[in-house]
Write a protein that binds this ligand. Structure first.
Ligand code: HEC
Length: 116
């Protein structure tokens, strides 16, 4: 007898393994010229070490993404969660990433955030 609930569970498990934002094997993103561009396009408007005071638009001091070292000093899972849930970039940012761009950088952050 085919037990339908476990068959469905198997299908869901299989599709989850084959694709989705968590698949490290499929994610060839690196920092240099890649994730770097994501942070430049969507985050540096507020989170740049070159900005001070009001120019940071309330982004916390020290939470900066303009170099790999500055990013690597952050809680990477925290950064991934902010992007994944759509909290960052904040609603008043000049530009917002597509769902695909979000997935790609979130996976990169969770798969070791390789520099090159
Ligand atoms: C328009 C300005 C702006 C942009 C653009 C922006 N942020 Fe923020 N960010 C803020 C502000 C303001 C806060 C503090 C308030 C809050 O947490 O909502 C913040 C907080 C954060 C925090 C939490 C820091 C902490 O203390 O825990 C993270 C992580 C973060 N941002 C990541 C990002 C990332 C990654 C991007 C780009 C995808 C981004 N932000 C784009 C303004 C911005």
């Amino acid at each position: 007898m085919l037990r339908v609930p476990s068959f469905v569970a198997l299908l869901l498990a299989a599709s989850g393994a084959a694709c989705g934002p968590q698949d490290c094997a499929e994610n060839d993103a690196v920092w240099a010229g890649d994730a770097e561009a994501f942070f430049a396009d969507y985050c540096l408007e507020c989170h740049s070490s070159a900005l001070a005071g009001e120019d940071r638009q309330d982004a916390p001091e020290g939470v900066d993404f303009d170099t790999y070292a500055l990013l690597a000093a952050q809680d990477l899972e925290g950064v991934a969660t902010q992007i994944e849930l759509g909290y960052m970039p904040s609603a008043d940012a000049a530009a917002s990433p597509t769902p695909d761009e979000r997935d790609r950088v979130v996976t990169w952050l969770r798969c070791g955030a390789k520099e090159e």
